[in-house]
Design a binder for this molecule. Sequence first.
Ligand SMILES: [Zn+2]
Length: 385
Amino acid sequence: MSLISYLTTIRFDFGALAGLKDDLRELGIKAPLIVADAGIARVGLVDRLKELLPGGQNVPVFTDTPPNPTEAAVLAALELYRSNGCDGLIAIGGGSPIDLAKGVALLSSHEGPLEQYAAILGGIPKINSAVAPLIAIPTTAGTGSEVGRAALITLKDGRKLGFISPHLIPKRAVCDPELTMGLPPMLTAATGMDAITHCIETFLSPRFNPPAEAIALDGLVRALNNIERAVAQGSDREARREMLMAALEGGLTFQKGLGAVHALSHPLGGLKQVSLHHGTLNAVLLPYVLEFNGSHSEAKYETIRQRLGLEVGASLADYVRGLNARLDMPSTLAEMGVPQDCFAAIAKSAVEDHSSATNPRPASEADYRTILEAAYEGASPRPNG
Ligand SMILES: [Zn+2]
């Protein structure tokens, strides 16, 4: 049976942020906690948000969100939420503040510890509708977390786990392309490649959900037509709007499940010895996973080729490699500084990751190892991508 759900209310356009007061009123939030990070505060976005809120200067703000959200940071924000008598959250930023706010929304209404709600530990049915209301305001065009049902949080013991529930979907997404205009080229490229990977992986997932596949393909074409423009010319309003829509569409299709790229990039993103950007990891891994999946996805690969105007049988992996090169993305894990001695542990975590189950070709620990080694050196494991 298919479970198809669309999904939450989205305010989308230049100037969408101005409706924030209405969003709060409609959701019945009287005492919000703002969740951001230091970078967002530095560029003045927290102040701008406060100006839009009733009694704004007194609204509590949590800005200590790490690049990869941690359980400790969730607990610190929860403390602030409780001590201020908050009844809802506004998260502004990339995926990290939004995911962190989802963790706070969960634990403000569900007893700890956090670990018991992790998807791979059987936590999905334990999350109910008591989750506090969250308004998500993305400032990057990539994660799709503003409409996503998952939060990726690194636990105290170092495991980066997915917390998944329809109740974690923000009650409102406010998508204002204006907020992405200042994103520097490298981050525009890396977050854009995350959106592209979401569209490709959800499209290839074997779950039967044709509406989601149509959205994923639309997002993919939109992103591929605009990512280079947005990177080259950050002030291009149309390219920024299209990239934010593509990222949103990638997020709207998460219900199909992701695949091997994310099964690998989740544990790699949890490594303590090196801080790796999620979108950059996906950009580097994507060609190798496309090659691995080729034998199990031929009809869908042909659909993608047609939508992109590529020749019959053209290598999608090579297409992505070319795009990565034009975007100045690294081409190998070695270039990113990923330590090779972690591969055994990463391959083990990848098999256990919640995204692995919906990869179109079942992937074993040994398969993940092969993909990692190929992506480390830049060699092709198979020629049929
Ligand atoms: Zn992602």
